[in-house]
Design a protein around this ligand. Structure first.
Ligand code: HEC
Length: 137
């Protein structure tokens, strides 16, 4: 089967539904997910940090905060930008995740189409960071 962006996006959301019921109950009680994960993930994992630093923080870092968002610390990622928290662990609809899976021609697609894009491996690393092993390839 040929995998295109649409099936990938569907796949992410579909796989999100395969989270255990325990994880789902955490996701539903939104605040506790953010709090408990803020404690468990107070640092950006090294493999994710490299990706964000290479492809995102030029616009979402110390110098510029496009969309009001900084992606250079766990605290700022959880705080998020104009649209709210960029990441909610266990939630495949986290804005950071939906932005990288949006079609290239969409305004929401990140990084912007004119910039170096994430590789499949980088996307997979970010999927796994946010959604856990249910999204690992
Ligand atoms: C060349 C600059 C640039 C780069 C690089 C970039 N972005 Fe963005 N990003 C923007 C702009 C501009 C907006 C605001 C879009 C808007 O408000 O309509 C934005 C908005 C966002 C938002 C929504 C913020 C909110 O709360 O509304 C997210 C999430 C996001 N970017 C994630 C990323 C990720 C993840 C990367 C790296 C993979 C990335 N961006 C790389 C320019 C960039």
């Amino acid at each position: 089967m040929k995998i295109n962006k649409a099936t990938l996006t569907f796949g992410v959301i579909g796989l999100c539904a395969t989270l255990s019921s325990f994880q789902k109950s955490l996701v539903e009680s939104h605040d506790s997910v953010v709090v408990s994960n803020a404690i468990m993930n107070d640092e950006i994992p090294a493999d994710v940090k490299v990706i964000l630093d290479q492809k995102c923080t030029s616009c979402h870092g110390e110098a510029k905060q496009k969309g009001g968002l900084r992606l250079d610390s766990m605290e700022s990622i959880l705080k998020g930008g104009e649209s709210g928290p960029a990441v909610e662990f266990g939630n495949a609809k986290s804005i950071l995740l939906t932005s990288i899976h949006s079609p290239l021609e969409s305004d929401e697609h990140m990084p912007p189409a004119s910039k170096p894009q994430l590789t499949e491996e980088e996307i997979s690393t970010i999927n796994k960071w946010i959604c856990g092993d249910s999204l690992a390839k």
